[in-house]
Write a protein that binds this ligand. Structure first.
Ligand code: NAD
Length: 590
């Protein structure tokens, strides 16, 4: 894929040693004169000195996950002191409070991060109320200026530096497989990974190593930019889930899970990151954070989490990427479109197996399922189309097709009951051949997209009987019934008689029926008549007309109902119903 979207979001970054000294100038640059200083006394005293007369008030109670009652107290201070901007100095918790204040007041924020959390670069705010954490995304909370001062990180204890550094690394890692990754985030992620993985062991050895601290803080900044620019994935999902449910510490949870998620995602360097984490003085297992196997048994990705419980080396699928690439490369000589379809299919299937941690038994079950689908398939029973229909794939392809021809009657899926070459039948015939049911008189027109009639179009029609069966499902019915081929007349018109179709279950005595049963889905289709309209020089239209007011319109088992195809089958004064409809088809070059 070569197309992408990248937004460079506005933030002013000041980076270096001793940059805290610029705080007053940076505050004035934002036009501030009455600043609220948020953060623990550790650094806030120095920051207060630098701010001097700009300082209007201080608030020191920032807490993890931004509890709303703390924010409310801070907002009182803001109001009492007529504050015109917020300065936060500290970790993600201090930043969170500044963001929460900005959410309510729109005040400009100036953040001085002292950890590697990256929160200062995003427009995301997580808050807790009554023990529940909610997250929101809004440009209102995006800080205006960030001052990174390496000197402030020299005192960050080694265990927390390591955990916070791996938290930052997780942002870069998730950017590598994010669906919205782009060349810019690829670069940022690669550089952030290089800086952080090289810096953390050096910091563990010597926490005052200024070069290592500089690399770590730069890495955290670049990784935080990734966090802001692309969607985070499985790793963040799991950390938030466990963090929220069991009250785990933020950075440490990230640090423990990262190598396992990387292995799960098939990243080559999962083993290296595991070794790096193992060499650092941080918790290495979910058990060390207080979790047991029973805690995670019902969580998603339980296989991955089980490994993380005891901290064993993740069962890395080491050469999977190479394997996938090898298979993709094997299509190099294929024609373009075939290469594209097969390469993507293989990548998707490999990714599916990796993401779901597919077991040998599950793989065998899937093969058995497909084999049974093959065995039950005949000329008149198409289990693979049923499978595609019930998984919604047929409708996806159909919607894509429709999107290319917006001026024509919407199409609908072919379904499994079409039989090639139905009998040519004269206009006016009754295709129900005496079967019981509510009589239906149809009056159909076929036009082009300019409303000009299309004569001599071949129109195949097929439908179910009163009990919801097609002729091919009824051994006692001899020959094609409720199935015919007509030709439109000189005015593009077509009239025939039939009966009103009924809702029916798709054949459920095969593997697809077992699948629907296993997931608690009903097998019914909303009542409809099928049409296939073809004429040389025109695009063939395959569609269905649904009976307005019929059953299952909202839960059609093949996801095939479209509003534009729901039609009134009106009552006829003499009894029975009428179906009047105009199909619009387009020339094949349109
Ligand atoms: P933190 O801010 O809670 O800090 C952890 C501890 O380290 C605190 O006790 C703090 O006082 C101390 N500390 C901070 N800097 C220090 C220093 N230089 N020296 C010594 N001690 C220091 O933890 P964090 O990991 O920085 O941030 C976690 C919070 O940030 C979580 O609430 C998390 O949800 C949030 N977060 C939000 C985003 C976002 O985009 N919204 C991104 C990342 C993290």
């Amino acid at each position: 894929m070569t197309s992408f979207t990248y937004a460079a979001n506005p933030v002013r970054v000041v980076f270096g040693r001793g940059t805290l000294g610029t705080l007053g100038d940076e505050a004035r640059r934002l036009g501030l004169s009455r600043v609220l200083l948020v953060g623990s006394p550790r650094y806030a005293d120095t920051a207060a000195d630098v701010l001097g007369p700009l300082l209007a008030a201080r608030f020191e109670d920032a807490a993890m996950h931004t509890p709303v009652d703390v924010t409310e107290r801070a907002l009182k201070v803001v109001a009492e002191h007529d504050v015109d901007g917020v300065v936060a100095i500290g970790g993600g918790s201090a930043t969170g409070l500044a963001k929460a204040i900005a959410l309510h007041t729109d005040l400009p924020q100036l953040i001085v991060p002292t950890t590697y959390a990256g929160s200062e670069l995003t427009e995301v705010l997580g808050q807790t109320a009554d023990g529940r954490k909610t997250t929101q995304k809004t440009p209102k909370v995006r800080p205006e200026t960030v001052i990174y001062d390496v000197d402030l990180t020299l005192g960050l204890p080694v265990p927390f530096s390591a955990a916070s550094g791996l938290n930052a690394l997780a942002h870069a890692v998730e950017a590598r497989y994010a669906p919205d990754a782009n060349p810019m985030t690829d670069l940022l992620a690669a550089e952030a990974t290089k800086l952080l993985t090289s810096a953390l062991p050096r910091i563990a050895e010597n926490p005052s190593d200024v070069d290592a601290r500089t690399d770590a803080l730069r890495g955290a900044w670049l990784a935080g930019t990734c966090l802001d620019a692309v969607s985070m994935g499985l790793h963040h999902k799991l950390c938030h889930l466990l963090g929220g449910k069991f009250g785990l510490p933020h950075a440490e949870t990230h640090a423990v899970l990262l190598p396992y998620v990387m292995a799960h995602q098939g990243l080559d360097d999962a083993g290296e990151i595991f070794d790096l984490a193992a060499s650092l003085p941080i918790p290495h297992s979910l058990a060390e954070l207080g979790l047991t196997e029973a805690d995670i048994a019902d969580e998603p990705e339980a296989a991955l989490l089980r490994q993380a419980i005891d901290g064993t080396r993740p069962a890395a699928p080491p050469s999977l990427k190479a394997l996938t690439n090898q298979v993709v490369d094997s299509f190099a000589g294929a024609p373009d479109r075939i290469r594209e379809l097969l390469s993507d299919l293989v990548q998707t299937l490999h990714g599916y197996a990796i993401r779901t941690d597919l077991t040998q038994d599950e793989w065998e079950y899937a093969i058995g399922f497909l084999t049974r689908a093959g065995h039950i398939t005949t000329d008149t029973r198409q289990e693979f189309i049923l499978l595609s229909d019930t998984l919604g794939v047929s409708s996806v392809v159909d919607v894509l097709t429709n999107s290319r021809t917006p001026d024509t009657t919407p199409s609908a899926v072919l379904g499994p009951f079409y039989v090639e070459g139905p009998p040519e039948t004269p206009q006016g015939a009754d295709i129900a051949a005496g079967l019981p049911g509510t009589p239906l008189w149809t009056d159909i027109r076929v036009t082009d997209t300019e409303d000009r009639p299309v004569p001599e179009a071949v129109v195949d029609v097929w439908q179910s009987n009163e009990d919801g069966f097609y002729d091919v499902q009824l051994p006692e019915v001899d020959g094609p019934v409720l199935r015919a081929r007509f030709r439109t007349d000189a005015e593009g018109r077509l009239r025939f008689r039939t009966i009103v179709p009924s809702a029916y279950p798709i054949p459920s005595d095969g593997p697809v029926g077992q699948m629907l049963d296993a997931v608690g889905r009903h097998p019914y289709r909303a009542p409809h008549v099928h049409f296939m309209i073809a004429k040389p020089g025109y695009r063939t239209l395959i569609t269905q007309l649904f009976v307005a007011g019929g059953e299952y319109l909202d839960s059609d088992t093949v996801f095939g109902v479209k509003d534009g195809l729901i039609v009134d089958f009106t009552e006829r004064p003499g009894g029975g119903r009428r179906l009047d409809f105009t199909f619009r088809i387009s020339g094949s070059s349109e």
